[in-house]
Design a protein around this ligand. Structure first.
Ligand code: FRU
Length: 517
């Protein structure tokens, strides 16, 4: 039954005019761009700052990626929605900026949100409108509400704003109230978004709707057990089947406030997941701890969507958490991760691997087979690896090295990033200690006892001009980082420290651009 509820529009600016100004802003920054670290095969804006992936969807024959965009600078600022699209998830096309703040509720930004196709075939966008309470800045708190927009054309190049659909009960909320994600279950539409409760706990609130416009509060779907966590940004909630065909629900969120503990929570805020069960009318029942989705210094705000063939695909934002951020002087700042397929493995845990479409970016294949690296040997694989994919299998049982793997972005001045295995911690490490600019430090991901017992370690490494993404044992873990190599050739080397490395397999593929440079 259709409802009579109608969202209302309260324009304070002309949207078309704001969009044109924003295009000019991006254009002006793009004209100054330095491409030394600008991605060849990751999504970034032509110019300006980007953060979270938004509105991910497949619609009428094209894949769409929207993202948070500040068109007038290379730091976070008044948020817009940028847009790119693709027919094949291989080559991408820039689309007009999709949304600029133009309504009363959005005075200070159109924030993150998701997209979903209704039963009527209409593509709808659910997003957050942000207003500073004091009218100036965030120091006086924020007033955030959920909004609706619709695609006007088949290519979603023009969006029609419809207005507010969920107001904020401000007495129950400590000002954070954002990032709606919508899906359909058993004939009912559900919407979940992140909240900081009045007592500063990170919560997810669930709503339901019959008509996608009138939403009724359902319940608090989840409260983060970590009392330090005061807000869960960019929640995602979706079912996946185990290899044994059992349904599990995956809760993904970007938690603010968690304190570092050992290897965990090393970033200012941390994107994580839990596996559990859920039925409409119930709270989410977690069956695991909160775990990181990616162990790198630069991973945040992931969002997933369902592809027509049933794959669950996820993009994250490579967030430059810690200054200095050298790319912000280059006319642009920020890129998304590769699209990753998310699935439950035989071990019952979540895996993320780049979607198979990425293989179509390979320009050539170089199979170097197996080899041995002698104790303390360093061997050049490529003189200049600017955009390269490397697959290697290390035979851990036969290797004696304390650390072994790759030196990536190795330049003449001696800077590089180490990507490899550390036999003392028995973890995979990405170490930026030897870089000449940007944030230093290392991150590492664990290997389970089963992985170690197998005696083999598979590393799949994607090198772009300014980033490195590492996938371990078919996406069992991932580590994503930025790096800002020095001028000159960026060589790729094998390295083995204090012992030898037995490589069972080594394959390399040069990667071509995705059409956004
Ligand atoms: C996450 C986030 C979201 C918000 C958006 C604003 O990075 O803070 O919670 O909607 O970015 O740009």
């Amino acid at each position: 039954m259709g409802s009579t509820y109608e969202p209302a529009l309260h324009p304070v600016k002309n949207h078309q005019v704001e969009l044109s100004k924003a295009e000019a802003g991006v254009h002006a920054l793009a004209a100054t761009r330095n491409d030394r670290w600008y991605p060849k095969y990751h999504i970034a804006s032509d110019g300006g700052w980007i953060n979270d992936p938004n509105g991910l969807c497949y619609y009428r024959g094209r894949w769409h990626v929207f993202y948070q965009l500040h068109p007038y600078g290379t730091q976070w600022g008044p948020m817009h929605w940028g847009h790119v699209s693709s027919a094949d998830m291989v080559t991408w096309r820039r689309e007009p900026i999709a949304m600029a703040p133009s309504l009363e509720e959005e005075r200070n930004g159109v924030y993150s949100g998701s997209a979903v196709v209704g039963d009527d075939g209409k593509l709808r966008f659910y997003y957050t409108a942000n207003r500073w309470v004091n009218g100036k800045d965030r120091s006086g708190g924020q007033w955030q509400v959920q909004m609706l927009a619709e695609a006007v054309d088949d290519d979603a190049r023009e969006l029609l704003k419809r207005g507010m659909i969920i107001d904020c009960p401000r007495e129950k909320v400590d000002s954070h109230f954002r990032d709606p994600k919508v899906w359909k279950q058993d004939g009912v539409w559900y919407l979940v978004h992140g909240v900081s409760s009045a007592d500063k706990r990170g919560q997810l609130w669930l709503y339901h709707s019959q008509d996608m416009e009138e939403w009724t509060f359902d319940q608090v779907l989840f409260e983060c057990p970590d009392e330090d966590v005061f807000m869960l940004e960019c929640p995602d909630f979706f079912p996946l089947k185990t290899p044994g065909d059992q349904e599990k629900w995956i809760m993904v969120c970007s938690a603010m406030g968690a304190q570092p503990k050992g290897y965990m929570n090393r970033n200012t805020s941390n994107a994580c997941y839990m596996i559990g069960s859920w039925k409409p009318g119930e709270r989410f029942q977690p069956e695991t701890e909160l775990k990181p989705l990616d162990w790198g210094q630069n991973y945040y705000a992931p969002q997933s969507f369902l592809a027509p063939d049933g794959r669950r695909i996820m993009y994250g934002w490579m967030r430059p958490f810690t200054p200095p951020i050298p790319m912000e002087r280059d006319g642009w700042c920020g890129q998304l991760t590769l699209p990753r397929e998310v699935f439950l493995g035989d071990d019952g845990d979540l895996h993320t691997v780049p979607v198979e479409e990425i293989d179509h970016l390979r320009i050539n294949d170089n199979d170097l087979g197996g080899s041995t690296l002698a104790t303390n040997e360093e061997r050049i694989l490529l003189d200049d690896a600017e955009a390269e994919e490397v697959e290697l299998t290390i035979d851990l049982k036969r290797s004696t090295a304390e650390r072994c793997g790759l030196k990536v972005h190795a330049t003449e001045d001696g800077s590089f990033v180490f990507v490899g295995y550390d036999d003392q911690s028995r973890r995979v490490v990405v170490d930026r200690m030897a870089v000449s600019r940007g944030d230093r430090g290392y991150r590492s991901a664990p290997l389970t006892s089963e992985e170690l017992a197998s005696g083999k370690l598979d590393l799949h490494v994607y090198i772009d001009r300014g980033s490195i993404e590492v996938f371990i044992n078919n996406g069992r873990q991932a580590i994503s980082v930025y790096n800002y190599p020095s001028a000159g050739l960026r060589s790729l080397k094998l390295v083995s420290e204090s012992g030898d490395m037995q490589l069972e397999r080594l394959q390399m593929h040069q990667i071509r651009g995705i059409g956004l440079e």
